[in-house]
Design a protein around this ligand. Structure first.
Ligand code: OOG
Ligand code: NI
Length: 454
């Protein structure tokens, strides 16, 4: 028995500490958490089926702590070190998101837990973007930004040391884990002082506000922390009475009986007072609030259908308001099956399989037909697998609505996963392959149990 603290426990402590820090930094976040909590309770009380389903999939317990955050870093070295930091907490890079397609000069991954047990415990995810300085045209500005970034260290010396210790030992003991959480948190803290003068900030901001956000500060401040709601339409509706002013449109798919992927809405970044070098006063807005509702993960086939319908829903330009946007979406998404059985049989979504009795059943060679028969007989139960990732299109929407910048076509078509992975120092896991594996493993386990060998 080793005396190392479980990675799941370190991640759980870290995400709670992050949430507490952000609550103090951004009071509206606390208001939002209270609103989400109220609506979640009401939704569960009104729907015993949903309550039972969440309990059965072990998601009820994680709901209260479930968050995602987002950060942006400036150099390959920073990204590579973050990968090591997150690994201490059992968070690994999943998915590649090319934001240049949306006119934002970054590409990204999500650090998150990957296996069933870890996801149940606390699915904390951090959307992490790397600035692509090579997309800045002006060579002088590019050089200046690179120099500023080279001069900073976003990690405390103790955080660096504890990461190395965890790697060397294969874990952290109680005291080390406690210090690790405190030291790692420092990287994500907000700083009211910029590292550059106002003129430099403005030059970078004129190129793209996100570049200024990454380059001009001591570290990659957490820019939002998003709780999971069970009814995003209701939270959106109540935001104004809680003093929160949401953006007009809920992003992602429409409201459905069987929710797919995720739906998100956010409220505006805070305008914050900044002290620039040379004691000049100015402002910067980086931080915002967001909520999301999660649904079932889609297969490649399901994702392709989602993409096609979303594109179709955009024909004729943007809708006047959220109500007409949602109505239009719902009409177009009529072509997306909306019950779990059809989603499963048509291979559009991922499911967890579970054996319901230990009575020995002849599962035969385990072909598709057998699975259907077992489900029909009630020996095998399939429950929707929650989507744990982000929407590329939605992410771009969030970036844009919160930075208030126009789209820059000249950043487009520079997808470069290989370059991102080189900076990261590791490959990113394909998210769809991961859902596939988890589905397959649960099926094999369930069939083995039914056959009496599990
Ligand atoms: C990240 C935006 C992506 C989401 O929920 O899609 C994201 C950022 O603004 O840095 O968090
Ligand atoms: Ni977000």
């Amino acid at each position: 028995m080793s005396n190392w603290i479980a990675q799941d426990k370190i991640r759980d402590r870290f995400s709670r500490a992050m949430s507490e820090m952000y609550r103090q930094e951004v009071p509206q976040y606390g208001t939002l958490l209270a609103l989400v909590d109220t609506v979640n309770r009401e939704t569960l009380a009104a729907s015993p089926e949903l309550h039972a389903a969440l309990r059965e999939s072990d998601e009820l317990a994680r709901l209260d702590v479930e968050r995602h955050g987002a950060i942006r870093v400036g150099t390959p070295q920073e990204l590579a070190m973050l990968r090591r930091l997150f690994a201490v907490m059992g968070m690994y890079p999943v998915g590649y998101y090319d934001l240049s397609e949306a006119g934002v000069p970054v590409h990204s991954t999500a650090f998150r837990p990957v296996d069933d047990g870890a996801l149940k415990r606390n699915p904390f995810r951090v959307f992490t973007s790397l600035l692509r300085l090579e997309l800045i045209d002006d060579p002088e500005l590019r050089q200046r930004a690179a120099e500023i970034l080279a001069a900073r260290d976003i990690f405390t010396p103790a955080a660096r040391e504890l990461i190395a210790t965890a790697e060397r030992q294969g874990g952290l003991d109680e005291a080390q884990a406690e210090r690790f959480v405190a030291e790692a948190l420092e990287t994500f803290r907000w700083h009211r002082e910029a590292t550059v003068d106002l003129a430099t900030y403005r030059a970078l901001s004129d190129e793209h506000r996100l570049i200024a956000d990454v380059v001009c500060f001591r570290g990659p401040h957490i820019n939002h922390l998003t709780p999971r709601t069970l009814d995003i339409d209701e939270v959106q509706r109540r935001m104004p009475e809680a003093g929160i002013d949401p953006k007009a449109i809920i992003e992602g798919p429409p409201r459905r009986d069987c929710p797919i992927l995720l739906r998100q809405t956010s409220f505006k970044a805070l305008e914050e007072a900044i002290r620039f070098a040379g004691d000049e006063q100015g402002h910067h807005s980086a931080r915002f609030g967001e909520i999301e509702q999660r649904g079932v993960a889609l297969t490649r086939k399901g994702r392709a259908l989602y993409d096609r319908l979303l594109t179709a829903s955009r024909e004729g330009g943007p809708a006047a308001d959220n109500a007409s946007h949602q109505a239009k979406l719902s009409a177009v998404f009529g072509d997306f099956p909306d019950d779990p059985d059809t989603l499963r049989r048509e291979g559009l979504a991922f499911f967890h399989y579970r054996a319901v009795s230990n009575a020995s059943v002849n599962t035969g060679p385990g072909g598709e037909g057998d699975v259907e028969a077992l489900i029909a007989r009630g020996s095998l139960v399939a429950t929707p697998m929650t989507y744990e990732d982000f929407l590329p299109v939605s992410a771009a929407g969030i970036f844009q609505s919160n930075l208030g910048d126009g789209v820059r076509d000249d950043y487009a078509s520079h997808s470069n996963q290989a370059q991102f992975e080189e900076a990261l120092g590791a490959r990113v896991t394909d998210e769809i392959a991961l859902y596939e594996q988890r589905q397959q493993a649960s099926l094999e386990q369930a069939l083995a149990e039914l056959a009496g060998t599990g």
